[in-house]
Design a binder for this molecule. Structure first.
Ligand code: SF4
Length: 242
């Protein structure tokens, strides 16, 4: 689906879509979750996420940790994936984006229609700000690539094995090595320096992450953090590797 494709969706707050999902979070998603809950980003990582901040947490009964009854307790700071639902966003390798319909939750009371366009739906859901902030974070992928190229001689290091290890480290849910870079991706507040606005917080966070990237000497740590960031922004790991 393109932005001009006819589409509408009315959520009826049945809460069924807030169960048994796998929702990947970006650094900006965590900032917004923290803001909505009135807590720090470190607390938001602990309360709302698994995978070191990268994935929204769901309870044993399948419900999102932010759901009370059928109410989203972080509605004003709900993640991008929740705003897009029932659409998913895919980035094309050659550039550009496309939207796809994701499978509706069983028993969902949402109503689909064509009284508007995908663009209208995105606007009503406040998606554009999330996309703009994610775009700012995506600029760090070039910094990661440049730093890795500086310190790794791929004539000596086998690239496929190097990146295989990085992807494994990035996506591991258990047994991973501690990574100050991955931890820093989802904890913007440690770089806030008393930011007076959310935009300033994001800019300070990105500047802080850029400094960490330049200081880091461990190439696998750099590569795994780069893959983690790419995936959290909705890209394939290939976005970093190639
Ligand atoms: S964050 Fe809110 S909208 Fe998203 S799954 Fe959880 S309860 Fe539902």
């Amino acid at each position: 689906m393109e932005r001009s494709t006819p589409f509408s969706y009315q959520c009826n707050q049945c809460g069924r879509c807030c169960h048994n999902q796998v929702i990947t979070l970006s650094p900006y998603d965590v900032i917004r979750l923290a803001g909505a809950a009135g807590i720090s980003t470190a607390e938001a990582v602990a309360r709302f996420t698994i995978g070191r901040g990268a994935t929204l947490k769901f309870e044993q009964d399948g419900s999102c940790v932010a759901l009370t009854g059928t109410i989203c307790t972080v509605h004003c700071g709900r993640p991008l994936a929740c705003r897009l639902y029932p659409l998913g966003l895919e980035y094309r390798r050659q550039g550009g984006e496309r939207y796809v319909l994701v499978e509706a939750a069983i028993g969902s009371m949402g109503i689909y229609g064509d009284e508007g366009t995908v663009e209208d739906f995105l606007g009503a859901q406040g998606v554009e700000l999330y996309l703009a902030m994610n775009h700012r974070y995506a600029e760090l992928l070039a910094s990661f690539r440049a730093r890795i190229a500086e310190i790794v001689d791929f004539d000596v290091v086998e690239p496929r094995e190097f990146w295989r290890r990085a992807v494994r480290e990035a996506l591991a849910e258990t047994g991973f090595e501690p990574s100050r870079l991955i931890d820093a991706l989802f904890d913007a507040d440690r770089f806030s320096f008393h930011a007076s606005s959310e935009t300033e917080l994001v800019e300070n966070h990105i500047a802080g992450l850029r400094r960490l990237i330049l200081e880091e000497r461990d190439a696998v740590q750099l590569a795994s953090a780069a893959v983690r960031l790419a995936v959290s922004l909705g890209y394939s790991p290939l976005e970093v590797i190639s």
